[in-house]
Design a protein around this ligand. Sequence first.
Ligand code: NAP
Length: 252
Amino acid sequence: MQLLLHNKKCIVTGASQGLGRAIAMLLAAEQCDLVLVARRKKPLEEVKKLIQKKYNCKVSTLSIDVTSNNADIKIKDFALNQLGTIDILINSAGGSRPTTWDAPESFWEEGMNLNFTALRKLTTKIIPIMKKNKWGRVINITGSVEPREVNVANAAKSAVHAWSKGLSRIVAKDKITINNISPGRLKTEQILKRRHPNLKERKQFIKENIPAGYFGEPEDLANLVVFLCSPLARYITGELLHVDGGMKKFAH
Ligand SMILES: NC(=O)c1ccc[n+]([C@@H]2O[C@H](COP(=O)([O-])OP(=O)(O)OC[C@H]3O[C@@H](n4cnc5c(N)ncnc54)[C@H](OP(=O)(O)O)[C@@H]3O)[C@@H](O)[C@H]2O)c1
């Protein structure tokens, strides 16, 4: 299948590792030009080097905290300067924030900012460019809709689902699609080192929760992202898709 992504201009946040990195690699393989965003310069530069070694596309990095002041404007300006325009925005920067029911306000603010406000603000800055181009793709990497505990990220990601559904209806006439992907357990640092560091617990979790019987690879999700970015996916918008080996229990 030809995905017709050659020469598309993309921003990928959270590109220094994990899902964002895997998505960046696959977009590069489709000959997209990229701006890679995350806080740490060194791993970003490593991804850039790897892409340049394997693929013939333009790639630059921006080291920035997406929750910092005016990060949305700085990312947009940098990307426009590097790429000339923006066709595709992948919002993958984020992270789980499990907590107690009475966590301090500062914890909630940080988690909501990272997992909702920052990506909402950035998307809002990029949409006018896509509207002008009469084409665009926004993919948000979100998370569970079946929380088992109090986790700031669950509330924030649910806000992303609700907000982006509304937005997708408004921008559809401009040939812009906005979709959300909820990962189950894909093998990234967040999952292997922070959520399930203990091998015995990991095996038990898989047995009890994942019908497929294993944690997925980042590429299991990145493959879907690349398809949704393609012009071939023009009629899929406002959706929430799960990449979780069947972990989600309910039909809706
Ligand atoms: N892996 C899974 O199975 C899973 C499950 C549920 C949800 N998710 C969601 O999927 C997304 C990617 O997760 P992952 O598993 O790839 O996590 P990860 O391995 O921890 O990677 C997170 C990425 O986000 C960047 N990041 C974090 N905070 C940032 C900030 N304030 N500013 C800029 N960049 C920031 C990190 O780079 P720096 O540290 O360099 O900034 C890194 O590139 C997240 O939104 C996460 O909530 C993943």
